[in-house]
Design a protein around this ligand. Structure first.
Ligand SMILES: NC(=O)c1ccc[n+]([C@@H]2O[C@H](COP(=O)([O-])OP(=O)(O)OC[C@H]3O[C@@H](n4cnc5c(N)ncnc54)[C@H](OP(=O)(O)O)[C@@H]3O)[C@@H](O)[C@H]2O)c1
Length: 327
């Protein structure tokens, strides 16, 4: 069978290779999974470059999440699990850019057998990030305001849907008009394109109310410039630094209005959260994906043997949606 791997860290278009390997055998407590779909996330490409928060041993297999069917079980696993559809969690103990993978039972969640596999394959990284940020950093009563940048990213799209389901109101900032139009066409409210009038534009939407939370994917100065619109004692949650610039915030806001900057990294939650919390969060999200309440646009799908084009497209900015492998 085919799998993608790296023997050294570096630019994805130079170091990722397609190799032919034997099908793995599930060990005790493990499942053999035939992958149906697996996305290429920015974190996968950071991992390939060797600049992610964890570095795998080399040679390394790739792909942190995906969906597939159980086609075999190891010792101690109920054989009736064969045929179940499961999502693979991003514990990084197994890999998904491969036709078949083995995973411990604790590293998968059973999901709806009939739902869209492309949408199911993307649950375990970005929707959970949006869900944990929305629920973990502020007491947000119904109608509270949440603002975010990079709102056209997958995380941003999920955050809009999850906030709406929780009765929250969102302000959604993007960096280009084309992305704003796409969001508005999908019914996303309060979409703004960043520019010199951003603070004035956000203030106009708030109409005298204050933000309960700001969700930042950019770093640099944008979130800091908006801190005057946050409720005293509230937080900015940073989950990425797409501009590559250090975060800056006026110290007056930090001191006199007790605005905090918090960082979020999914790996920390994956490693620390009790199993019951992990189960209930992913089952909640899988239910929303299955009933169509939660989705993210897909720009294109590719087979594993088209990996060069898939990785090139995933590494490009100004995309219309995610790039996925299908099997
Ligand atoms: N901390 C965590 O645990 C965690 C979890 C999940 C995701 N993330 C991170 O969250 C970010 C979004 O992930 P995703 O999968 O949702 O992304 P995605 O759907 O692939 O979209 C990428 C987003 O990044 C924007 N972007 C790229 N380069 C930029 C730049 N230089 N300046 C401003 N915006 C830029 C794009 O804007 P355009 O469309 O305008 O190019 C787009 O909105 C990634 O950096 C990812 O690594 C972190």
């Amino acid at each position: 069978m085919k799998e993608l791997r790296i023997d050294s860290f570096g630019p994805p278009n130079e170091v990722v290779r397609l190799v032919e390997v034997d099908e793995p055998t599930p060990g005790p407590g493990q499942l053999l999974i035939a992958l149906e779909a697996a996305p290429i996330n920015p974190s996968d490409l950071l991992m390939v470059r060797g600049v992610y928060g964890v570095r795998p041993d080399l040679p390394a297999r790739l792909g942190a999440e995906g969906v597939g069917r159980v086609v075999g079980v190891g010792e101690g696993v109920d054989p009736s699990r064969v045929g179940e559809r499961v999502i693979v969690l991003p514990s990084l103990r197994q890999y998904t850019w491969v036709e078949r993978t083995v995973a411990d039972e604790r590293d998968v969640i059973t999901v709806d057998g009939d739902a869209d596999p492309l949408q199911l394959s993307m649950i375990a990284v970005n929707p959970i990030t949006a869900h944990l940020i929305l629920t973990g950093y502020a007491e947000l009563k119904a109608d509270s305001w949440v603002a975010q940048n990079s709102a056209n990213s997958a995380v941003g799209r999920y955050l809009v849907d999850l906030a709406r389901l929780a009765g929250l109101r969102t302000i959604n900032i993007v960096r280009r008009e084309e992305a704003a139009e796409a969001l508005r066409a999908d019914g996303v409210p309060n979409v703004l394109v960043s520019g010199p009038d951003l603070v004035k534009d956000v203030r106009a939407i708030l109409g005298g109310e204050q933000l309960g939370l700001f969700v930042d994917a950019l770093g640099g100065s944008q979130a800091g410039e908006l801190t005057g619109l946050l409720r005293p004692g509230s937080s900015i949650v940073a989950y990425s630094a797409l501009t590559g610039e250090p975060f800056s915030m006026p110290f007056m806001q930090l001191i006199f209005r007790d605005i905090s900057l918090r960082g979020f990294w999914l790996n920390q939650w994956m490693n620390a959260a009790p199993r019951t919390e992990v189960d209930s969060a992913f089952s909640y999200l899988a239910g929303l994906v299955a009933d169509g309440s939660l989705s993210a646009p897909v720009e294109a799908t590719f087979g594993l043997d088209e990996y060069e084009e898939a990785i090139r497209r995933a590494g490009r900015f100004r995309r219309a949606g995610k790039i996925l492998f299908t099997f």
